[in-house]
Design a protein around this ligand. Structure first.
Ligand SMILES: *Cc1c(COP(=O)(O)O)cnc(C)c1O
Length: 368
């Protein structure tokens, strides 16, 4: 089947098309394209939506993480604990800051950083713990913060899949050193290209981030320290401003789709557990020991799926360590997870088609 009946993604503008077009026209007419009024307004609006005092717009989510680490003076010689199952860019950001990612295994229910596993890999060089709110569900932030505090470590949150997510009712990224967001087009809030932001409640950290994203400049041509060139474009900020007001309704739709999947999927195909009601369902992964066969079956039935992620970071050559510590929970999850279509534009009929295709796989197995 060439065009799937239920594509995984559909990033064409929907109801927001006219607002996005007007935002683009406004920027073109203004003649101002980098770090201007649209970025400033978006930073204020995104901070408010995220429950933080400050937001700083940057070039992408990876840079947002790198800049947070740089703002904490984390660099060469330092170690940062990263969960063993996440987008590789979480760990790339640590390398870009000059520090070393150290992988820790996951809580088997929600597949986020396990505090016990984290504690086991703390060394005298450890400076920070970087939980990733994977698939849109917060890691156990209170437990990780208690662990970080007891070892004098910083907590730096990868919120790239977790726009508007909460942990026990508290917005992610607001009770730690800061949170990093991505506006890559496929994220819950996506630009028409790359974009990112850092949130923090600390005015001095926000000020330092504004310098670090712009070559370390305090004011024009006054470079106080080495920085990155990682700025959010006015065009992308304007597009994000047009889309941000729709995010809460779109998140509610994602949650309704997740509830319907949970109600109707076959019992032999368990979704990754929802432990926290603040889950924003960036993705909807299920687990199967027969994952690759299931994926082929769904594809033949017109249902598009992806794997997040097929390798644990402990298995990626980019991070090969001379003393690899196995992370069995993450490595097993990488063999079993399969992300079903999850986006606000899915119709009830689309969801029913996914569920029906999943049930027909069981029938195929029972009668084979
Ligand atoms: C997308 C993503 C990133 C990187 O964001 P970019 O904007 O692509 O740089 C980092 N971490 C996680 C968990 C992500 O999903």
């Amino acid at each position: 089947m060439s065009v799937p009946a239920v594509p995984f993604l559909d990033l064409r503008s929907g109801d927001d098309a006219a607002d996005v077009r007007a935002a683009i026209d406004r920027v073109i007419a203004s003649g101002w394209f980098v770090l201007g009024p649209e970025v400033e307004a978006f930073e204020a609006e995104f901070a408010a939506a995220s429950g933080a005092r400050f937001a700083v717009g940057v070039g992408n989510g990876t840079d947002a993480l790198t800049l947070l680490l740089r703002a904490a003076d984390i660099g060469p010689g330092d170690e940062v604990i990263v969960p063993a199952l996440t987008a590789a860019f979480s760990a790339m950001a640590v390398l870009a800051a000059g520090a070393q990612p150290v992988f820790a295994d996951l809580d088997p229910a929600r597949l986020t950083l396990d505090p016990g596993a984290c504690e086991a890999v703390i060394t005298p060089r450890t400076r920070a713990i970087m939980p990733v709110h994977l698939y849109g569900q917060a890691a156990d932030v209170p437990a990780l913060r208690a662990l970080a505090d007891s070892h004098s470590l910083l907590l730096v949150e990868d919120c790239c899949q977790a726009h508007l997510a909460t942990c026990a009712g508290v917005p992610v990224g607001t009770t730690s050193f800061g949170g990093a967001f991505s506006f890559y087009p496929t994220k819950n809030l996506g630009a028409l290209g790359d974009g990112g932001a850092v949130i923090t409640n600390d005015a001095a950290v926000a000020e330092r981030l504004r310098r670090l994203r712009n070559g370390g400049q305090r004011e024009r041509y006054q470079h106080d320290e080495p920085g990155l060139n990682s700025r959010l474009d006015e065009l992308q900020a304007a597009v994000l401003r047009a889309r941000l007001p729709c995010l809460a309704v779109q998140t509610a739709r994602r949650r309704a789709i997740a509830a319907e999947y949970r109600r109707t999927l076959p019992a032999w195909l368990p979704p990754v557990a929802q432990v926290d009601a603040g889950h924003v369902y960036h993705l909807f992964p299920v687990r199967s020991s027969d994952r690759d066969t299931l994926q082929r079956h769904l594809h033949a039935a017109g249902i598009d799926t992806l794997v997040h992620y097929p390798l644990a970071l402990t298995e990626q050559r980019a991070f090969a360590s001379p003393t690899p510590a196995p992370c069995p929970v993450a490595e097993r999850a990488a063999r079993e997870v399969l992300s079903l279509p999850m986006r606000p534009g899915l119709s009830d009929a689309d969801v029913a088609a996914v569920v029906e295709a999943a049930h027909s796989f069981q029938k195929g197995r029972v009668h084979a």
